[in-house]
Design a protein around this ligand. Structure first.
Ligand code: AMP
Length: 514
């Protein structure tokens, strides 16, 4: 049985925030780090962006914070101003129910006065870039005396950017006993040296790779921006021969939101998540087994152990946090030796996770392009042709319509082929083809712009462009089921025009700012 947040001894106000954010279970890095950090021990964790590492250190810090003491009790050092802001926002959202909690991001490029005022007012947590934290220590506006926990976030990035001496200087300012947590995607020797020098008997945390075989499932991924996910998903469902699909979302809110949007777009879809009780979940599983719905949008916990033969496709709408969940998710298709396809959406910020998964399954996952308009046209034409031929061969209800064609011919002198073409044109108007192609995200953007490690003072230079934003919980209305069997050609039935309200990915660029 997987660990829950309750098992992690987190306070009830933190549990409420996590519930509201739609977090269902701790990610592997959270499950391993939180208990150790709550015990006050040091950790050295190998974890990348996207694994949930921010909550892995923020939740135990918040659990131990003394709200009555308005003094810096934890300092988080981050390589960039954008990460500092993002981490500070994460603290704020987890601390939603901690009355009087204050966190201050302090980073280069921002006016000192703003930061001085925030520090003077009294803050419990400071999140900052190395240079600016150093400056505040030197000025005396930030004191190390009260600090109980120091977190080095993305330590290898700080090394690459040439900040490691500053980081050491900061660590030397806190001579008294305190807790240190080091998070780094990689562990080059200089980071290991820092760990040896400044960490006290740390617990080493690394998420174990899995060796499970994923056999014959055809695996692919699409590189995209977060706000393109819904459009790419519906285009993919349209061009693929899907009998039934499981779509995996990272949070309960997201699973509900995607299911609602699919319903609004005419698909027979339902959410399956930890907010539903056992009998509701069983009902949904029964529906997909019978074929009364064709898509479930699930979270990992809720989908555990689902065994439905009809599932031809698994779509990772949100990338899983580790290779083990990936293998578990895609194993929901290709049951009993049948063919199955697995697709994964990967934003540029999540490419590290993709590489990890590939390493663990010892297999390259093929990158594919978002479906094109030409592919959608071809699919619609194919489906329509098949449907028309079938109706002519089998339906006994065409009599009145034949009479209608004859009447139109008599009235207009048009040929039957023109009348048929006009009818098809009218059908397409009810469900128009998109007019714009979706361009795949360019994943290498960040690397090209990163350049050599050196100190940088000045304007942001661009960088990572995507981050998983918090679920918005927005729901869209609309019912009207669309089954793959009947109307997947997209010509039949009423369709609502639908404006995507997918949560916009925070398109912040990361910069060296100190
Ligand atoms: P991070 O690796 O800290 O940048 O987190 C990546 C994303 O995962 C963030 O958008 C978090 O809000 C989200 N996240 C973190 N922990 C969980 C969890 N246990 N369940 C669902 N989403 C999470």
């Amino acid at each position: 049985m997987a660990l829950s947040f309750q098992d992690l001894r987190l306070s009830s106000s933190l549990l409420s925030s996590l519930h509201e954010l739609g977090y269902e279970t701790p990610t592997p890095i959270q499950a391993e780090s939180i208990p150790v950090l709550l015990d006050g021990r040091d950790i050295s964790a190998q974890a990348q962006t996207g694994t949930g590492k921010t909550a892995a250190f923020a939740l135990p810090i918040l659990s131990r914070i003394e709200l009555a003491k308005k003094e810096p009790q934890a300092i988080i050092i981050t390589p960039t101003r954008e990460l500092a802001i993002q981490v500070a926002e994460a603290f704020q959202s987890y601390a939603k129910h901690l009355k009087g909690f204050h966190v201050a991001p302090i980073y280069g490029g921002q006016d000192y006065q703003v930061q001085l005022r925030a520090l003077k007012r009294g803050v419990h947590v400071v999140v900052g870039t190395p240079g600016r934290v150093m400056d505040h220590f030197r000025r005396g506006s930030l004191s190390a005396q009260t600090v109980k926990t120091v977190v080095l976030d993305e330590a290898d990035e700080m090394l690459k950017m040439g900040f490691i001496d500053d980081v050491e200087w900061i660590l030397q300012q806190i001579p008294h006993e305190h807790q240190t947590a080091l998070f780094s995607a990689t562990m080059p020797s200089s980071i290991q040296t820092i760990a040896k020098r400044y960490l006290n008997d740390p617990e080493r945390i690394q998420i174990k790779p899995t060796t499970q075989n994923v056999g014959t499932i055809e695996q692919s991924y699409i590189s995209l921006a977060r706000n393109q996910k819904m459009d790419v998903l519906t285009r993919y469902l349209e061009i693929e021969n899907v009998t039934a699909a499981i779509i995996f979302a990272s949070t309960k809110n997201c699973s509900q939101e995607v299911a609602d949007k699919l319903l609004a777009r005419g698909y027979g879809a339902a959410a399956l998540n930890g907010d539903m009780n056992q009998s509701m979940r069983e009902k949904v599983i029964g529906q997909i087994k019978k074929g009364s719905i064709d898509i479930i949008v699930a979270t990992d916990v809720a989908a555990r152990g689902i065994d439905v033969d009809r599932i031809t496709h698994v779509i990772n709408y949100d990338i899983p946090y580790d290779a083990e969940s990936y293998v578990h998710r895609i194993g929901r298709t290709g049951r009993a030796g049948r063919a199955g396809k697995a697709l994964m959406f990967v934003t540029s910020r999540e490419r590290y996770l993709l590489k990890d998964i590939e390493r663990s399954i010892k297999q390259k996952i093929q990158q594919i392009e978002p479906p094109t308009i030409a592919e959608m046209k071809e699919k619609r034409t194919e489906a329509l042709t098949e449907k028309v031929i079938n109706i002519i061969a089998k339906s006994k209800k065409l009599g009145p319509y034949q009479q209608l064609v004859l009447d139109i011919m008599a009235k207009s002198n048009d040929e039957p082929v023109d009348i048929a073409a006009a009818v098809m044109y009218l059908m397409e108007q009810a469900n128009p083809m998109p007019t714009e192609e979706i361009q795949a995200a360019k994943p290498e953007f960040e690397r090209k712009h990163r350049g050599k490690p050196k100190r940088f003072r000045g304007k942001p230079s661009g960088g990572r462009s995507e981050s998983r934003s918090r679920p918005s919980g927005g729901r869209s209305e609309g019912r009207g089921k669309r089954s793959f069997k009947d109307s997947k050609d997209g010509y039949g039935g009423k369709r609502k025009t639908f404006k995507s309200n997918a949560p916009k990915g925070r398109a912040k660029s990361r910069s060296r700012a100190n």
